[in-house]
Structure formats: C-alpha cells, structure tokens
Design a protein around this ligand. Structure first.
Ligand SMILES: [Zn+2]
Length: 265
C-alpha cells in the first residue's frame, strides 16, 4: 500500500492505494467542500471498478467521473445512503457508465440488487464489506475495504466537524452505530476513514472517540439548557450552539430535535 493521499487544499484527488475522491461542486455549510465521489479499483484497466456516491445530479461532475472511468467496466454504483447530495446523480451516472445502482433503500436502486449489512461487493479482486450504520439516516451504510484498511463512512463520519441526525435518522441508532464502527475499526485495524464530505481521516479510532465524546457532551449541554428553562429547539440552540456560526443553526435545530427525541424516548 502506498499510504494515504492527503493533498493540501481539500479532498479532491485524495484517497488510499485503491481509492480516489473526486469532489463534486456542491459546497455548503452542510456538505463542507462538497460531496466526495469515491472510485474504488486497481490501476490495471482490465479490472472492474466500483463507484461509491455519485453525488448530486451535476452534469459536469458526472461527466468528469465518467471520463475518469473511460474504458473501465463499472461493476456497480453503490450508495452510502439516499440523501440527494449523494444519490441525485446516480441515474445519470448509471446511464453514462452502464452500471446498476445498489442501495439499501429500494427507491434508490437501479437493477436487481440491493445493499445491506453483511454484503460483500467485489470488483477487480477488491472486496467492500457492507456495515449497517443507521442513524444519520435510516439507510446509512459504511463500506470496509480490507485491502487498504480503509472505511468509507458516507455521512456517518465526516472529514471535519460533526454530522447531523437528519429527519429520517435516529440518535439512538446513531450512537449504537458509532459504537459498532469503533469496535469494528479496532478489531480490523482500520487506518483511514474516507468520508462523504471533507478530507480523509488518518486516525479512525481517535476520530470515532471524538464523535462519541461530542455527542455525549451535546446531550449534557441540552440537559443543562433545559434545566435553565429553555424549552423549544430554537431556545436550546441559542444556548448550546451560541459559539457556532448562525448559518448552521437550522442544522443545529434539526440535531436538537433528534436529541430531544432521544432524551424523551
Ligand atoms: Zn446525508
């Protein structure tokens, strides 16, 4: 293995020995630099490749992905989850490269095959092991690439900051998924997390410990804010997220709703 590629200036072009990130042009407070579309394969052009998360339905981005794959057989397009910034371009890319789309949620599939915890997807002699990690969304998956000791994490773990619990997610599920991911990363000796947004993380255990600690801290802060009289999600955000840029408050409010549901559940 040639080690991690962590270029200066962002995720585009980063990856591991058999992975490469192509950055979609959809930056925002929620998507960081944009969505990372991951290409998985060997250098040998005779070997099949996989694509993980086409990104949004952006014609120029998908044309760039297809051009990068020109001449290669794409065994499948895989989705870490169904949110539009990951899946929106799946149909167009499927048309460009002639590959099926596999996802946990049947609504996002093109072709016969789904994608679920325990599945092993192979291409060019590389294996991707599917790890079910519901929480950010109900259909979130991570993908373990043993050859590179790398875990593709979708939106379950991001390259910077922390993720949110989307309206179709669940915080209790998310906390269980983080525990499971940490245990898995430790057992298999993971050396890199390849996120759906932001740069490659070279310290998986440290990153996952940070995520768990952050969640516990936020829950404690929400309990404290409620003890001080804050009732609505907005009131809680104004106390707990006072140090966070207000452009992120709508996302924070979504997260607070998820945490209130968890505390009251
Ligand atoms: Zn998402």
């Amino acid at each position: 293995m040639s080690g991690l590629r962590i270029p200066l200036g962002g995720p585009d072009g980063s990856g591991t020995a058999h992975t490469l990130a192509l950055l979609a042009p959809n930056p925002s407070p929620m998507t960081l630099d944009g969505t990372n579309t991951w290409l998985i394969g060997r250098e040998d052009v005779e070997e099949d490749v996989l694509v993980v998360d086409p990104g949004p339905d952006d014609e120029a981005h998908l044309a760039r992905v297809a051009a990068r794959l020109a001449g290669r057989r794409v065994a499948a397009i895989l989705l870490t989850h169904g949110h539009d910034d990951h899946s929106g371009g799946a149909r167009r890319l499927s048309g460009l490269v002639g590959a099926p789309v596999r996802a946990l949620d049947p609504r996002h599939r093109l072709g016969e095959e789904g994608l679920a915890d325990g599945d092993v997807v192979t291409a060019g002699g590389l294996e991707l092991h599917v790890v079910g990690t519901p929480g950010h969304s109900f259909d979130s998956l991570c993908l373990w690439l043993p050859e590179d000791r790398a875990m593709l994490t979708g939106d379950t773990v991001l390259g910077r900051g922390t993720t949110v619990i989307a309206p179709d997610g669940d915080l209790a599920d998310y906390l269980r998924s983080l525990d499971r991911l940490r245990a898995t990363a430790e057992r298999v000796g993971a050396e890199a997390l390849l996120p759906g947004h932001g740069p490659v993380l070279a310290d998986p255990i440290g990153a996952l410990d940070g995520y768990v600690a952050h969640r516990r801290r936020r829950l404690d802060q929400i309990r404290a804010a409620r003890a001080r009289g804050a009732v609505t999600p907005r009131e809680i955000v104004e106390i707990v997220y006072a140090d966070v840029d207000p452009s992120l408050w709508p996302a924070a409010e979504m997260s607070v709703r998820a945490q209130l549901g968890y505390l009251e559940g």
